[in-house]
Every structure is written in structure tokens, then in C-alpha cells.
Design a protein around this ligand. Sequence first.
Ligand SMILES: [Fe+2]
Length: 250
Amino acid sequence: MFVNIKEVYENGYFVGKLDDLEFNLFKNIINSHFQNILKQNNIVFKDEICNYHNLDISLDKHKSMWPKENRILNYRDYKKFLETNFFSYLKSLFGSFEISDENNIGHPEIYFRIVRPYPFTDVTSLHSDSWFRHLGHGKMPEDCNSIKFWFSIYPPENSSNSKLGFRFVPNSHHNKLKYDKVFSDGIYKPVLDEKKNNIETISLKGSAGSFIVFHDDLVHGGEVIQSDTTRCSFEFSLWAKKESINNLIS
Ligand SMILES: [Fe+2]
């Protein structure tokens, strides 16, 4: 695998693909975490995440099962991720790094998302990750920069043009867009007026195991996809020393 940090800083993003070994390991760990949450809720569902939308549950039940705390991998699974070649590669790239713990759960946060296909519309609106910190959510050491990693584990099947459910605005990390804020789920969240700012997004395309690495200031969000399956992705924010990033981009 390969990640080009220079492209992340120049264009705002880099698109890559996981090796099969890592992909299957990540997928299995997330599936068993998913099954554990269902079990804790006394739900019998002997199927993979991609068919989750066939489960007949209320919107309230769906919401109560999948707050972010329930989608963060436990420390043992996090360590398994860290032992993979992918993470060894990141270590060789940055020297050392941290994975953020924005929700103060006590260990680094690698978390997944489960998004059911249209007509469900539970996706994240456009934002840049740095806006959340500017609004007081999470703190980062001053000598670090944050870089986000997002991986498609179950892409939407039979959707148009291999869209993965992630949209973004290339080069938007160079612009300082104005946003509003709303108080929701106990924190202030940024709100971007797409029309007023003439926002044009492009859709991330690829297949299972495709990933995007993007700049802390890149505008991005979820995309509602008309497909036959529930999609699943996982993500984390990597904090690397500014000095090591500067070495990679100079
Ligand atoms: Fe984000």
C-alpha cells in the first residue's frame, strides 16, 4: 500500500486501496463488533452488515443502538489494527503518530459508520474536521497536525458509478469557508450553506477496501446512495508532528 501525504496537502486528498489481508482483518473485526452490539440489544441477526437495512427495527431503536460510543472499536481490537502492515507503514512514514481520542473514552478512537441505503438519509452533512475543534470539540497538541483516514468496508452494492457514499470538495482546504453552528447531541456542530457558498462536491468512487486520506480542512460529508445494501466505512484521525509532515511534503 502507499499513501502520498504531499498530495493530501496539495489537493486536499489522496485515494488508495488496502491490501486484501488488511481489508479482511478490518472487515472481520468490525463485523464481530457489530454482532456484539446487536446481541447486547437482544436482536438475532445472522447476517453481515451489508444486509442490516432488512432488519425490521424502528428509527429510535436504530439511533439508540448506534451512537458513536457504540461504534468505537475496543482497545483490544484497536491493538489488532495497529499490528497490521498498514499501520506499520504509517509508522515508517511519520516516525510516530497518535490516533485521536476526541470523545475522551480513554484510548485512541477507530470507529465505523453504518449507513442504510436510500430512502434512509442518515448521513453527515458537509463540514471540515477542523471546524469541530474550532467549535470546542476535542483538543490537539500544538505541535501536531491532524490527517483523516476513511475506508470503505462494505460499499453500496448496485449503486451508480461505484460511488462509496463519501463526497468532498477538492482543494477546499485552501479556502476559508464561513459556516454557522447548531447545538446538537450535546455539542456545537458546524453547518455549511451549500447554495450560498456555491459548493460543488465530487463523489468518492472505488470498491471494497478503497480509502481516502484527507486534510483536516477539506470540506467533506456523507452521500445518500440509492443501492441494494447498507454501506459501512471506518475512520480515524491521525495526529502527526508538524515537523515530520513538513519533511514528507517538502
Ligand atoms: Fe469529517
